[in-house]
Design a protein around this ligand. Structure first.
Ligand code: ADP
Ligand code: X15
Length: 399
């Protein structure tokens, strides 16, 4: 397995890759749990007397979210409780000078690595190691730390190139995410394993279900994907009505796989028995049997929450991917929050992932400590659940 911060020693020149990729609104970077999590790794490096240089990315070229990391440096500094200097280059002369003038226990953040052309091609690690970017920066450091688990599905230079040429270590976020997110594939549980699957991205959920057959005892479905399964089961649910474009194209792309899953694992797949909709600005609920194709369905109903709660109570492990309803609207948060509360009230091993879904935890004041692990990863979490390997994790393991 990979080496960790416990193996580095002290007083080194450390290049650390974080994932501070965040929502950006009107040019303002929104604070989120990625800063708090990575700050713990940086704090530990600072306390060990290392010179710490942070590499990270934001957005992609061509998108509004593709902005400088200057704001990220200030936000990170608040969480680490130490100044984080910023240089608006990745490996130019000014960057090298700033790196060389760093003192022990000081932190410097480089500019958005995606502003350098060598970063983004999905190349083999040995090819990235040959890039000007890696060849210029690497000699300035004694070692490389990768904490960017949530970007580990990308074979980019800053993620896979440096382990080829520097002694490399996993940061604390990398370590904890890896252990929790692969536990469905790697761990034995002393009782039933349950997956709560919902959200808007049906293909992600179906990929996870298809990859994980043995080892999962219950699938509790909700959200748009839950409605698509109800459609396959013959209910008038899971259709685009009133101008939505969420259901029909996802149905067309996934119909066959949904039908096969229902046929083969119907006894383990639990579907909503009631759903919620908006009526006169208020939440109203209806049994799935009574639904006609005439309304937007925005959450699972209270009977479903109760049933899902009972399955969770009897589970040894619960993994969550995707919200059961439009939890951003308080009226339609009951499904997502109800299930999270059921998990919080048991002592099962629990992992909550998916960028949007884990936001419900802070939005509704649930304590993160109630869960074994709250992932800050989206795409990487899904890949880990399906048992797919992540190039940046492989690069650390092979180091
Ligand atoms: N019935 C529904 N109709 C519309 N949107 C839904 C419904 N149920 C869940 N959602 C939306 O799904 C989103 C989360 O889905 P997704 O992006 O797949 O999850 P994540 O990013 O957590 O992996 C939430 O923002 C929620 O509003
Ligand atoms: O936020 C990220 O992924 P996520 O949205 O799947 O959690 C990572 O930083 C990867 O970013 P990318 O999808 O632009 O390569």
């Amino acid at each position: 397995m990979f080496k960790t911060l416990d193996d580095i020693g002290s007083g080194k020149r450390v290049l650390v890759r974080l994932d501070l990729n965040s929502p950006v609104e009107d040019g303002i970077v929104k604070d989120n749990r990625r800063f708090a999590r990575h700050a713990r790794t940086v704090r530990e490096l600072v306390d060990a007397g290392h010179r710490v240089v942070v590499m990270a990315h934001q957005g992609r070229p061509g998108r509004d979210s593709f902005v400088s990391l200057a704001q990220h440096a200030d936000l990170l500094a608040e969480y680490v409780e130490t100044p984080v200097a910023f240089v608006d280059e990745v490996y130019g002369e000014a960057a090298i000078e700033a790196i060389r003038s760093l003192g022990a226990g000081e932190v410097l953040m480089l500019e958005n690595v995606r502003m350098c052309a060598d970063e983004l091609p999905e190349n083999a690690p040995e090819d990235h190691a040959e890039s000007e970017f890696v060849r210029t920066l690497a000699p300035e450091f004694d070692c490389y730390v990768n904490d960017a688990y949530s970007a580990a599905h990308r074979a980019h230079a800053s993620l896979v190139g440096f382990p080829q040429v520097l002694p490399s270590y996993a940061g604390r976020v990398m370590e904890s995410e890896y252990e929790a997110n692969t536990s469905i594939a790697n761990r034995e549980f002393d009782g039933p394993v349950t997956m709560v699957l919902g959200g808007a991205k049906a293909t992600d959920v179906i990929d996870v279900m298809s990859a994980l057959d043995e080892g999962v005892d219950h699938y509790l479905l909700g959200g748009i994907v839950g409605e698509l399964f109800l459609r396959a089961a013959g209910y008038d649910v899971g259709y685009d009505v009133g101008g939505t474009e969420l259901y029909d194209h996802q149905w067309e792309n996934n119909e066959e796989r949904i039908r096969t899953l229902l046929d083969e694992r119907g006894d383990r797949i639990h579907l909503p028995v009631d759903l919620a909709y908006e009526d006169d600005d208020a939440r109203a609920e209806i049994l799935v049997e009574g639904i006609e194709k005439d309304r937007d369905l925005l959450d699972v109903g209270s009977l479903t929450v109760e049933r899902y709660g009972r399955v969770i109570e009897d589970s040894a492990a619960v993994f969550v991917k995707g919200a059961l309803g439009v939890f951003e609207d308080e009226r339609f948060a009951d499904g997502t929050v109800g299930v999270l509360e059921s998990i919080a009230s048991t002592d099962c091993f629990s992992v909550v992932g998916g960028g949007d879904t884990s936001r419900a935890i802070e939005l509704y004041g649930l304590d993160e400590g109630y869960f074994s692990h709250v992932s800050i990863a989206g795409g990487a979490y899904v890949r880990a659940l399906t048992g797919e390997s992540l190039p940046a994790v492989d690069a650390l393991v092979e180091n």
